[in-house]
Design a protein around this ligand. Structure first.
Ligand SMILES: *[C@@H]1O[C@H](CO)[C@@H](O)[C@H](O)[C@H]1NC(C)=O
Ligand SMILES: *[C@@H]1O[C@H](CO)[C@@H](O)[C@H](O)[C@H]1NC(C)=O
Ligand SMILES: *[C@@H]1O[C@H](CO)[C@@H](O)[C@H](O)[C@H]1NC(C)=O
Ligand SMILES: *[C@@H]1O[C@H](CO)[C@@H](O)[C@H](O)[C@H]1NC(C)=O
Ligand SMILES: *[C@@H]1O[C@H](CO)[C@@H](O)[C@H](O)[C@H]1NC(C)=O
Length: 199
């Protein structure tokens, strides 16, 4: 058992759930800064396999959801493996729809849990085997090493698993990243202790 403590940050004011969804990131940079994925890479397979809405496309090292019901194109997968990265601070926090993140074969990579804040839908993440799954392995459905690569699969929604209730009735526990929970105001409420109604 990983004994890393779960972090619960309760914000009683100022932050609204809606705040998390905005920010149209400029995608082009992250999709072109690394090597192109090899043919039939995990990301390519994922992108092809999950294309039932016919809205996914591969672009550089990204798998992008171009569904017209989402106003902006959403990056759902990015392959940054073998990219000579030593840190990724600030690189992926805005990619709230990310489901696949490949970071293996970056031998000098150092990570911090905060590097993954904003990512609450990760289904598959690869890391050099010496690194731990962010949030500790209790924040993931599985944590396995094969071929010098650590695979962290399926973020666990710790709010649900631990049945966490927030102190203010107009707020709810929201998973904001691996092992990271916050009490955010429900839609329609904001301000001190989420007591103000949005007019
Ligand atoms: C995104 O970034 C690229 C290069 O950094 C730039 O050329 C492009 O104009 C930007 N696009 C938007 C929509 O900001
Ligand atoms: C997804 O389906 C569309 C429509 O058939 C196709 O144009 C696109 O190339 C597919 N994307 C992937 C990643 O296979
Ligand atoms: C693409 O976006 C649509 C609309 O938001 C969503 O229904 C679909 O599940 C997304 N596809 C993937 C693979 O995330
Ligand atoms: C977490 O790590 C411990 C020790 O390395 C291991 O025994 C346990 O099976 C791991 N848990 C998961 C969910 O992979
Ligand atoms: C979760 O907490 C609520 C309120 O305390 C309680 O009514 C419910 O039975 C709990 N559910 C589980 C699965 O523990």
């Amino acid at each position: 058992m990983s004994n890393k403590k779960m972090r619960i940050v309760c914000l009683s004011f100022g932050i609204n759930v809606l705040l998390c969804s905005s920010v149209a990131a400029n995608n082009s940079q992250i999709c072109t800064q690394c090597n192109l994925p090899q043919l039939d890479s995990f990301l390519q397979q994922y992108c092809t396999k999950h294309n039932n809405t016919k809205s996914l496309k591969l672009d550089g090292s990204c798998c992008i959801n171009t569904s017209s019901s989402t106003k902006t194109e959403q990056i759902i997968g990015v392959d940054l493996s073998d990219c000579k990265l030593s840190k990724i601070s600030g690189l992926v926090n805005n990619l709230h729809n990310l489901k696949v993140l490949l970071l293996d074969k970056n031998v000098d990579l150092q990570i911090e849990d905060t590097d993954f804040n904003g990512l609450s839908h990760l289904e598959y993440m690869s890391l050099p085997e010496t690194l731990e799954c962010p949030g500790g392995n209790n924040s993931w459905r599985s944590d396995d090493v094969t071929d010098n690569t650590r695979i962290c699969k399926d973020e666990i929604n710790l709010c649900q698993q631990n049945n966490i209730t927030c102190p203010n009735e107009n707020s709810e526990c929201v998973l904001v990243g691996p092992g990271e929970m916050e009490c955010l105001c429900l839609p329609g409420y904001h301000g001190y202790k989420c007591l103000r109604k949005v007019s």
